[in-house]
Design a protein around this ligand. Structure first.
Ligand SMILES: C[S@@+](CC[C@H](N)C(=O)[O-])C[C@H]1O[C@@H](n2cnc3c(N)ncnc32)[C@H](O)[C@@H]1O
Length: 233
């Protein structure tokens, strides 16, 4: 009897133990799920600390045209901005600004009477970009293939510099050539086009369109990027 009773008790306590373990695991799973969705929400525009990697990763998953899972490194930003500033530009057009890592740094060196027109196609990134408060900044949510219309709508004539982070490899060969031609036409003489890319496929096109082309490599970025400076003489 006692043995039976004990075994019944053991069974009962076993069930209770399993029920407790089950509840414990459920609670842990729910907490992890909530935690993960909080991280995703942070990426979608909420929190601060984990916001950048998650916003890029999340945006990239939804839009492969973003072509990056994180913003440019501070080394790449510094190298690109140096190439831009060497031309002492007053009017700058930025292609593929995303949420503005390059934009903010360009604004730091821009003269007080300067103008920066930043174009970004992805609506999520554009929301962040448009929150940058600076009287010298104009923003447009659109495709740089329409750059002539975009600049006309902003009342901007020729620019001293175009800086581009868009993946040119995603454009057709005809679109690439047409866009570079448009950039060339919209540049002042002596103006420059600075492009950061992880491939070298732009070189022949740049050489065809511009009178001078320089190339640098920044390895402190994942992936390493080439920085091309093409000058209109
Ligand atoms: C490699 S990310 C660079 C982002 C940012 N400038 C940086 O340095 O971290 C390229 C950006 O270009 C944008 N983009 C790609 N194609 C575009 C197009 N045709 N017109 C406008 N923006 C474009 C993408 O949405 C993405 O935000």
């Amino acid at each position: 009897m006692t043995k039976n009773k004990e075994s019944i008790d053991i069974k009962r306590s076993g069930r209770e133990t399993f029920a407790r373990v089950d509840a414990y695991i459920q609670e842990k799973i729910l907490k992890s799920r909530d935690g993960f969705s909080l991280l995703l929400k942070a990426g979608a525009g909420g929190g601060r600390a984990l916001r950048k990697p998650f916003s890029y990763l999340g945006t990239f998953i939804g839009d492969s045209g973003v072509a990056a899972i994180h913003p440019s490194s501070k080394y790449l930003v510094a190298r690109v901005v140096r190439a831009v500033e060497q031309g002492r530009p007053r009017v700058i057009v930025e292609f593929g600004a995303a949420e503005g890592v390059m934009t903010k740094r360009i604004l730091k060196g821009l003269p007080q009477d300067g103008l920066l027109a930043a174009v970004e196609r992805n609506a999520g990134f554009y929301k962040d970009l448009s929150e940058i408060k600076d009287a010298r900044l104009r923003t447009a949510c659109g495709d740089v293939r329409d750059i002539r219309k975009i600049l006309a709508a902003m009342g901007i004539g020729k620019a001293d510099c175009f800086v581009s982070g868009i993946p040119f490899s995603f454009l057709s060969p005809e679109e690439r050539a047409a866009l570079l031609h448009e950039v060339y036409c919209q540049l002042q003489h002596g103006g420059r086009f600075v492009a950061y890319q992880c491939t070298t496929h732009l070189i022949p096109l740049l050489r065809k369109q511009f009178q001078q082309v320089k190339m640098e490599l920044e390895i402190r970025n994942m992936p390493p990027h080439f920085v091309f400076t093409a000058i209109k003489k």
